[in-house]
Ligand binder design. Structure first.
Ligand code: IPD
Length: 277
């Protein structure tokens, strides 16, 4: 029931803050960079160490729960979302930023129950901003309530997106075309800051009006998607249809009209599906 998810939120905040301290220290140091799916898909010892720390800590407190962690999945562990309470963890969202010392990095921890996210925590480590949400209880940053912006016209919007790490030229070409069509639509601007989780927090906070991406993963968006909804925004698929956490794509917007305008403009980029090997 609601009571126990509040305890989970508390546990997630505590562990995210502890992980954030490690990341905030390590961002100053020399990093050993390793590669995953491609030469621009990076991982460091910090990602792996912090993920182990978060999972071990939550497992101790919630031994019956399941876990999906970005680096565990990269190491061949399962990524299946069942009805069992499942923690969905990105130890360092914005690893490329982390490697370069660009300060937009976050710990993202979501808890899904019956495949619906009940708890979401995103900790922006360098800025020391703790974003929290529990379903039905609102979204907060450092305890202050979050509210999405009131802009309804695409022509008045500030948008966020990412190129991600899929760099096949066909796929990049569609992404570029999407950006071109939105810029020419026009919109006020489009930004790429390198952390999907923090992009979602910015929309929840009303600092940007919408965010979209093709090629994102469930651990990048589980927590942030709940923050958006609890701040009064909407999450849909890039086609404008219902959102699917495992679909590797998302539009997060301040209002349905904004989401529809973006969906109507976007051309689909072929992506895979999380949980399929
Ligand atoms: C990535 C970042 C990036 C987004 C990618 C994500 P990671 O997460 O959020 O901004 O474009 O799709 O996978 O690998 O740094 O945890």
């Amino acid at each position: 029931g609601g009571e126990s998810w509040a305890l989970c939120l508390e546990a997630a905040v505590t562990v995210a803050r502890q992980a954030g301290v490690v990341i905030r220290e390590a961002i100053k140091d020399e990093k050993q960079v390793m590669l995953k799916s491609s030469v621009v898909d990076l991982v460091t010892e910090t990602d792996q160490k912090v993920e182990k720390f978060i999972i071990n800590s939550l497992k101790q407190q919630f031994p019956t729960h399941s876990f999906i962690g970005e680096e565990s999945v990269a190491n061949g562990q399962g990524c299946s979302l069942t009805d069992n309470p499942t923690w969905i963890i990105d130890p360092v969202d914005g690893t490329t930023n982390f490697v370069h010392g660009f300060p937009f990095v976050a710990v993202s921890i979501g808890l899904a129950v019956n495949k619906k996210v009940e708890v979401g925590v995103v900790y922006s480590c360098v800025a020391d901003k703790m974003y929290t949400a529990q379903k039905g209880h609102g979204a907060f940053c450092n305890g202050h309530p979050l509210k999405v912006s009131k802009v309804t016209e695409l022509s008045h919007s500030l948008l966020l997106t990412e190129m991600g790490s899929m760099r096949e030229s066909e796929s990049v070409a569609i992404r570029m075309e999407n950006i071109q069509n939105l810029v020419c639509s026009p919109c006020h601007g489009i930004r790429q800051l390198g952390s999907a989780a923090l992009n979602l927090c910015s929309v929840a906070a009303g600092e940007a009006d919408a965010y979209f991406e093709f090629g994102i993963h469930c651990w990048d968006m589980a927590a942030g998607a709940l923050l958006i909804e609890e701040a009064g925004g909407v999450i849909v698929d890039t086609t404008g249809g219902p959102f699917d956490l495992m679909s590797q794509k998302i539009i997060a917007a301040n209002c349905p009209a904004m989401a529809t305008s973006i969906a109507d403009t976007l051309k689909e980029v072929p992506v895979g599906r999380d949980g399929i090997q």
